[in-house]
Design a protein around this ligand. Sequence first.
Ligand code: IPE
Ligand code: IPE
Ligand code: MG
Length: 244
Amino acid sequence: MTSIDSRRLPEHIAIIMDGNGRWAKKKGLSRILGHQQGADAVREIVTASRDIGIRWLTLYAFSEENWKRPAHEVQALMKLLNRFLKKELEEMQENGIRLKTIGRTSRLPKRTRDILLDTIEKTSSNRQMTLTLALSYGGRQEILDAILKIAARVERGEMAADQITEQTVTDALYTSGMPDPDLLIRTSGEYRVSNFLLWQISYSEIYITPTLWPDFDKNEYLKAIQDYQKRDRRFGGTGAGSKE
Ligand code: IPE
Ligand code: IPE
Ligand code: MG
């Protein structure tokens, strides 16, 4: 088992869970079965995060652009999400996991929205870890929504345009109140961010693995964290630990 330094854990890990379709294709199975297997990987990584002591885990589960997929695939993904949430509620309660969502969730089917709201409410006082699901999420859309929010405030005379700071923008994003991701993982070997957390990843460490999401297990996860722990985060400074 890969060993990690528990004193240098990333506070927030964000994951682009990619490769379900290719995993299925390789095995001659339907894409839907790939997503089913992907849901099992989600379970394993959520539990592992909680055990390792990660405080914030954000998973890219469905992008704003994923609405372009065939209706039957979108439906299957929503059904899997419903089932996942219902099955995992007890586990979340036992492990102190709070659920949150980011994205234009009003676009989700009513049944999914209802289950999400119920799970969010029931887990709202949990404090060990926050699991954020990005659903109908797009980074550009998030920034646009923030701009609209801030512009409306200026228009109502609640603030002057020249008072807008980076913090104003940060606070107007869906992720308001969350720390930026320290580590961004993408599975399935694609070297792109696909519209994920564009504002928030400005100084995230990026880890890309060829492993397809359904095969991404706790050991692979530990390897990613171990790799992160070897990095020298400079934040534009000159060397080790220069955060300012
Ligand atoms: C990730 O797997 C899951 C979602 C985007 C919902 P994909 O479905 O994108 O799998 P590939 O990229 O086609 O292999
Ligand atoms: C990114 O994967 C979105 C999620 C993981 C939910 P995609 O498969 O949609 O991304 P592209 O199309 O390869 O960029
Ligand atoms: Mg993909």
